[in-house]
Design a protein around this ligand. Sequence first.
Ligand code: GDP
Ligand code: MN
Length: 392
Amino acid sequence: MKIHEYQAKDLLKTYGIPIPKGITIKNKEDAIKAWESLNKANLVVKAQIHSGGRGKAGGIRIVNTRKELEEYVSHLLGSTLFTEQTGDEGKPVEYLLIEEAVEFKKELYLGFTVDRSRACISMILSSEGGIEIEKVAASTPEKVVVENIEPLLGLKDFYITRALVSAGIDAKYFRKIALVAKGLYRLFIEKDCSLAEINPLVITANDELLAVDAKINFDDNALFRHPGILSLRDYKQENPLETEAAKYNLNYIKLKGNVGCMVNGAGLAMATMDLIKLVGAEPANFLDVGGGATSNMVKEGLKILVSDKDVKVIFINIFGGILRCDTLANGVVEAARELHIELPIVIRLEGTNVEEGKRILKEAGLKFITALDMGEAAVKVAELLGKKEING
Ligand code: GDP
Ligand code: MN
């Protein structure tokens, strides 16, 4: 789960990390109040969306007059912002963070993430923070220093010292950087984060450190033990189809292709996606209805697939175990009738009650395309996609 910058900064503050003074607003009147109560000489207005890259996309601006502030606030509030990370749909701007602009002499990058292959948390530090950090990492990786933290030791000082030296940061900042790094590391662990990043962490004109931006992501599987974090969730920033799927306990992730997949079991879902790629097509989603799906879940899953405008062919690949083939077939038939599904549906069924499932599909009198095995089903999907009326 992701949260907004202003929420992340509130968290940083509770962990003793210095942040600029600011106010979050939802409307123009409150923006003017913020203008009145903050130091007016230099304010920075920041679009709050679940995405980085806002600076380059016109979502961050320094304003010097009340008129400038009003104009920019009117322009941003209610708009949709498109960044390198949002995809074509963009993200709606409902909140703005208005802060006293910080003058700084250096932008650093500091972040923590999970390194799954090493089974540890990694600290990442760079003296070249700011909006070009991805470029820095790609073209001069030596400027991005990674320390893999031994879980039983925790973030000891030597990790920070070593990172400072490797990153070429003056040792006089050790104490201040250590304070920020230790606070962020503690937050990361206590709140079960998957990413906690301050970019930029700036060194101000008076040699103070300030977190000018903050991005924190949480491990969804641990949210049950953090009700406070869960309450920060902003569904409007999430993919509406993914939100809908979560309501019915469906594991759904939107992808870029045009084959809508419905599969039971994550392993089979992955294999199905591989197969789709092998025949030269692209999956529109990952959808695992799970082992114990009911026919209602199958129906809701199909509803999600057909409401995705990118989907041109539906591929249902089920191995009946706990989810019996007849249950699946009933869900599919019901959904196809109720939703008047026009899209071609290719179905491959195997496992418990497969004969009964096939009979239900056949007797429904709908135009399902059935296949005996996964390979044949994938080839049929590719053939359908090759037809002109589908791409047309
Ligand atoms: P992002 O583009 O979504 O990562 O948004 P950031 O909050 O990181 O802002 C992008 C860039 O805008 C930063 O790297 C800074 O260079 C600049 N910026 C943001 N806030 C301030 C500020 O208070 N003062 C100054 N001078 N620059 C700022
Ligand atoms: Mn940033």
